[in-house]
Design a protein around this ligand. Structure first.
Ligand code: GLU
Length: 305
């Protein structure tokens, strides 16, 4: 399997490099707007600590919303099911930064992966302690899961989003007005921007994702029930209003970020990280989504058989 997979990934990388339609980088975060969209990397972590890669699999990128999977894992560890009193678990069917459904739902965000929902989970993590400590918990989770200490926050990206993240500021204030933010908006926002600015390579992210994929070689950090819950949310809500299309084409739980990363989970079989910074109209990696679809078809890993 690893040999066939390595060949497939090499061919896929070569094919993608010849393409012209890389999509657009996220330009609302100035530090991300400077990145060349024509880049691609993929890493597949398999049982038995094997890892197969192609392209720029060692290059670090801003994981952005992929961090929301791990902040949710930390919150589930801290307060368990109580989090669902503050945030729902339904697909939103709207843009990642939409304020509309927040109004309709009385300030309880539809799910923990849209921005409003992630602000609530981060708010929970920072309650009763300093932002530094909440961030240390997310970083520690990632470092232990990936078995790699070299996972850090890109301060320039965090600063860039802090200076221009007007929509997130609006969402945090709106949540506060509904009584669904325990901390001052600037405290929760600062923590959230830094969490999104964590940078990782595909290899590191695929290794961290092993705990969600439930690979036996992964450090045991999540109960099977928690992993199942997180996978269900990734399948339903991991690609914002493009989640249905992604499930239809790929058939695997996944979470995207506007840095162009995708964490893709084949439960019990593999944890995959893909990075290509050009985005499609939903704010999901254009070539990353394409590569995920090709990989799922090649391996037969779709959870729908
Ligand atoms: N930091 C980004 C934002 O809040 C994350 C969005 C994403 O990656 O989808 O806008």
């Amino acid at each position: 399997m690893p040999d066939t997979l390595a060949r497939f990934l090499r061919d896929l990388d070569a094919e993608i490099r010849d393409r012209q339609d890389w999509g657009q980088v996220a330009d609302y975060i100035p530090e991300l707007a400077r990145i060349d969209p024509a880049q691609f990397g993929i890493a597949v972590a398999l049982p038995g600590n094997r890892i197969v890669t192609a392209g720029q699999a060692e290059k670090r990128f801003s994981i952005q919303s992929v961090s929301k999977v791990f902040s949710l894992a930390c919150v589930l560890g801290r307060i368990g099911e109580q989090i669902w009193t503050r945030v729902g678990r339904e697909p939103s069917g709207r843009r990642f930064d939409s304020i509309l459904s927040l109004e309709e739902d009385g300030g309880r965000p539809r799910n923990p992966f849209i921005n409003a929902g992630a602000l609530v989970t981060t708010d929970e993590l920072v309650t009763g302690r300093a932002p530094k400590e909440a961030l240390a918990e997310i970083l520690a989770f990632l470092r232990i899961a990936a078995e790699d200490e070299e996972i850090h926050i890109d301060r320039a990206v965090a600063r860039s989003e802090t200076e221009t993240g007007y929509r997130n500021v609006a969402l945090a204030n709106y949540l506060k007005s509904f009584g669904n933010l325990r901390n001052a908006p600037e405290i929760t926002l600062g923590t959230y921007f830094h969490q999104c600015a964590i940078e990782m390579s595909c290899v590191q992210l695929a290794r961290a994702g092993r705990v969600i994929a439930g690979l036996s070689c992964a450090p045991q950090m999540l109960t099977p029930l928690k992993a199942r819950r997180i996978n269900a949310l990734m399948m339903m809500c991991g690609h914002y209003d493009g989640s249905g299309d992604f499930a239809f084409r790929v058939g695997l739980p996944a979470k995207s970020g506007v840095g162009g990363g995708i964490l893709l989970v084949a439960p019990g079989r593999a944890s995959v990280a893909i990075w290509s910074p050009g985005l499609n109209g939903y704010g999901n990696s254009q070539m990353g989504s394409y590569a995920a679809e090709r990989l799922a078809r090649e391996t037969g890993w779709s959870v729908f058989g």
